[in-house]
Unconditional design. Structure first.
Length: 63
């Protein structure tokens, strides 16, 4: 069985997660949210899910 497609999807998910971390460090929460969604669509990991919740909470207006 060829697992190349599965491995490519996992690598893409990891790249998107790394991009989200860079975006968060740069203060671009909107771009980070998109990268996190892309990562989660490819592979659901606890770290990506936690970061996505963190970004969503920070984007929620208070009041």
């Amino acid at each position: 069985m060829d697992l190349a497609l599965l491995m490519a999807a996992e690598q893409s998910a990891e790249r998107a997660l790394r991009a989200a971390l860079v975006d968060l460090a740069a203060g671009d929460q909107d771009k980070a949210a998109l990268s996190l969604q892309r990562s989660l669509n490819l592979k659901r990991t606890p770290l990506a899910a936690c970061l996505a919740r963190f970004v969503a909470i920070r984007q929620t207006p208070l009041g």
